[in-house]
Design a protein around this ligand. Structure first.
Ligand code: ATP
Ligand code: MG
Length: 564
C-alpha cells in the first residue's frame, strides 16, 4: 500500500514485473535502484524516477530499492550533494536498502573486470585525442575508422592500463576502449570509452584513483553486482541498451538485470537539466538550490509543497514511453488539492489599508470565534481579536466602482469575514492624494447574520491592527516566461529567458495572531490569497512567509488568450 493509502496505478513496467514474477523462473525477489549523480540537487524529474523505483519496492512483497550514488566524475561531485540527495529521498517518504551504495565502492572490481576484457582482447588502450576520436567515430550513415590502438597486443594494453592506474600519464593521454565494432549502425557500440584519466580527488575514494570508469561501463556492472532485477532509466538510454548488455555479458557476471526505459518528465516554464539548474545557482539568478522558484525537491519543499502532493503528481502523470511536456498547472493542482483539505485557514493582509471603526469603543477587544477549516471540524477553532482599528487589503477598496465590484466602496457596505458588516463613511488622504485611512462604522447586529432588510454580498478579509503580526511575504511566479525555455536557450542565454517578476517581496503584511507562533514549514490557507508556508529563515521576531500557490490557476486563463 502506498503512503497515500491509494492503490498504485498500473503501468507498463509493473506489467513487465508481474510477468517476470508469474513466470516462476526468477524467484520472487525484485530489486530496483535509484542512481543519482551527486553533482546537483534532485529535481521534480528525479522525483518521477524515485516514485517509480521506490514505489515498486513499496508495493511488491519481496522488493526493495537501492540508493546508489553514480559517483564517477569527481570534478563535478561533492558530499554536500550526497547529503542533500539523501535528505530529499527521505523527505519524499522513501527508505532505501541500507547502506546507501556508491559506484566508487566497486572501483576495484570494475578495474578487475576491465583487465579481464583486455585479456579477452575485448578492450584496448587508445591514444587518440578526444577530437581525433570524434572524427574517427563516423556518422549515422558512414562507418567509423579503427583506432591505431586496436592493434596493440594484450600485454601492451595490460601494461599501459596498469601505468594509467599508477598515475604515469596526464589527463587525456590515453583511454581504455571496448573493442566492439567501428562499423556498428549503433554509434554507442563503436568502441566506446570505458576509462579515462582524471587527476582529481574523489569525495569518497580521495586520492586512490586517477582513472575513472565511464557511465556506460560502470552503470551496468554496478547494477549487476547489486543484483538489480529491473534497471529503470529514461528513454535516451534506449540506444545504450546493447552496450549495457554487452558489458555484462563480456565481463563474465552471471546476474543480468533488465534495462527498461521510460519517458523523462519535462515541465513547462522550467528547465530540468542539472547543468542549467547549476547555472541558475552559480550565476545567482536564483537564491540557491532551494530557492522556492526552483523545480528542485528542496525548492518545492521550501515553497510549501508536501511529499504527498509530489507523490500524487508522479502518480497522475504516470509512466509511459512517450515524451510529453506537463503543464505547471498539473503540479500546482496537486498541492492545491492537498492544502485545500489539510491547511488551516487564517487571514493575512498583504497590502494593508487602515480602517478606523468610529462607533467601536476605543478600548474594547472582542475575541471572535472562527473555524480553522470549513470542512474539517476536527481541526478546531481559533480566536480572532476584533478592535477599533483594523487592516484590510488595498485591493478591497475603491472610492468608486461598478456594481460588479463586490467589495468596499465609499458609502458602501461589506462583510468582514468571520466578523461584522461595516460601512465606509469617509476616505482620509494625505497631501499627495494617497488614501491613508478609511473611516467606517460597524453594525453590531451583524455578527454571523445579515443586517435586517438588506443583503451584503461582498466578504473581505481583515486583521486587527494592534493584534496582528507583521510579516514579509514572498510571492512567486514562473521562473521562465516561455513555456519551453530549453528550446530557445539553445541559441540565447538562460538569463534572457528569466521572468523578471518571478519574485515579489511584500514587506508590510499583517497576519492574524494564530499565525504568529507558526513554525518553519507550517502551511496555511490565507483566505482569498492562496496557500502559504513559513519559510526556513523565518523566526517569531521576523516572520517570512512564502506563497506556495494561488487559490486558482491564473496562468491557465492567461495562456488561453490569443497572442495580440
Ligand atoms: P541531468 O541530465 O539533469 O543531469 P541526469 O539524468 O544526468 O539528469 P542523474 O543524477 O544521473 O541525472 O539521474 C538519476 C536518475 O534520475 C536517472 O535514473 C535518471 O534517468 C532519472 N532522471 C533524471 N532526470 C529525469 C527526468 N526529467 N524524468 C525522469 N527521470 C529522470
Ligand atoms: Mg546522469
Amino acid at each position: 500500500m502506498s503512503m497515500s493509502g491509494k492503490t498504485p496505478t498500473a503501468n507498463f513496467i509493473r506489467h513487465i514485473i508481474d510477468k517476470y514474477l508469474d513466470s516462476g523462473k526468477h524467484g520472487d525477489r525484485i530489486t530496483t535502484r535509484f542512481p543519482p549523480e551527486p553533482n546537483g540537487y534532485l529535481h521534480i524529474g528525479h522525483a518521477k524516477s524515485i516514485c517509480l523505483n521506490f514505489g515498486i519496492a513499496e508495493d511488491y512483497s519481496n522488493a526493495s530499492c537501492n540508493l546508489r550514488f553514480d559517483d564517477t566524475n569527481p570534478s563535478k561531485e561533492n558530499v554536500d550533494f550526497v547529503d542533500a540527495i539523501m535528505e530529499d529521498v527521505r523527505w519524499l517518504g522513501y527508505q532505501w536498502n541500507e547502506p546507501a551504495r556508491y559506484t566508487s565502492n566497486y572501483f576495484e572490481q570494475l578495474y578487475e573486470f576491465a583487465v579481464h576484457l583486455i585479456k579477452q582482447n575485448k578492450a584496448y588502450i587508445c591514444s587518440l585525442s578526444a577530437e581525433q576520436m570524434r572524427l574517427n567515430r563516423g556518422t549515422l550513415t558512414e562507418a567509423g575508422t579503427n583506432s591505431p590502438g586496436r592493434n596493440r597486443t594484450v600485454e601492451e594494453n595490460l601494461a599501459l592500463f596498469s601505468a594509467m592506474r599508477n598515475g604515469k600519464f596526464k589527463d587525456g593521454e590515453h583511454v581504455l576502449r571496448a573493442k566492439i565494432d567501428m562499423a556498428s549502425p549503433n554509434i554507442n557500440l563503436r568502441d566506446p570509452v570505458l576509462y579515462r584519466i582524471m587527476h582529481h580527488q574523489h569525495h569518497q575514494t580521495k586520492d586512490t584513483w586517477c582513472i575513472y570508469p565511464m557511465y556506460d561501463y560502470s552503470h551496468p556492472l554496478a547494477d549487476a553486482l547489486e543484483e538489480i532485477t529491473h534497471s529503470l532509466c529514461t528513454l535516451e538510454f534506449e540506444d545504450h541498451r546493447p552496450l549495457y548488455d554487452w558489458v555484462i555479458d563480456n565481463v563474465g557476471i552471471t546476474h543480468h538485470p533488465r534495462q527498461i526505459e521510460f519517458a523523462r518528465l519535462a515541465l513547462e516554464h522550467t528547465v530540468m537539466s542539472k547543468r542549467k539548474l547549476n547555472e541558475l545557482v552559480t550565476q545567482q539568478y536564483v537564491n540557491g538550490w532551494d530557492d522556492p522558484r526552483m523545480p528542485t525537491i528542496a525548492g518545492l519543499r521550501r515553497r510549501g509543497y508536501t511529499p504527498e502532493s509530489i507523490r500524487d503528481f508522479c502518480d497522475r502523470i504516470g509512466i509511459t514511453k512517450v515524451d510529453t511536456v506537463i503543464e505547471m498547472g498539473v503540479l500546482e493542482n496537486c498541492i492545491r488539492e492537498d492544502l485545500d483539505s489539510n491547511a488551516p485557514r487564517a487571514m493575512c493582509v498583504l497590502k494593508p489599508l487602515r480602517v478606523l471603526l468610529e462607533n467601536y469603543p476605543t478600548d474594547k477587544v472582542e475575541q471572535l470565534n472562527a473555524s480553522r477549516h470549513p470542512k474539517n471540524a476536527a481541526m478546531g477553532t481559533r480566536k480572532l481579536p476584533f478592535s477599533r482599528e483594523l487592516f484590510i487589503d488595498q485591493d478591497d477598496f475603491r472610492e468608486q466602482a461598478s456594481k460588479k465590484y463586490k467589495r468596499l466602496v465609499t458609502g458602501g457596505e461589506v462583510r468582514l469575514r468571520n466578523a461584522y458588516v461595516i460601512k465606509c463613511e469617509q476616505v482620509i488622504k494625505d497631501e499627495n492624494g494617497n488614501i491613508i485611512e478609511l473611516r467606517c462604522r460597524y453594525d453590531e447586529n451583524t455578527l454571523g447574520k445579515n443586517p435586517e432588510g438588506r443583503k451584503v454580498k461582498g466578504v473581505i478579509h481583515w486583521v486587527s491592527a494592534n493584534h496582528s503580526v507583521k510579516a514579509q511575504v514572498k510571492l512567486y511566479d514562473r521562473l521562465f516566461l516561455d513555456t519551453d525555455p530549453n528550446i530557445i536557450n539553445q541559441k540565447g542565454k538562460l538569463k534572457d529567458q528569466l521572468n523578471p517578476s518571478s519574485l515579489q517581496v511584500l514587506e508590510n503584511c499583517y497576519v492574524e495572531p494564530s499565525v504568529a507562533n507558526a513554525k518553519q514549514g507550517d502551511r496555511f490557507q490565507f483566505e482569498r490569497e492562496g496557500y502559504f508556508c513559513i519559510d526556513k529563515d523565518s523566526s517569531p521576531d521576523a516572520l517570512i512567509i512564502n506563497r506556495t500557490v494561488t487559490l486558482r490557476d491564473t496562468w491557465a486563463k492567461i495562456e488561453q488568450k490569443p497572442i495580440s
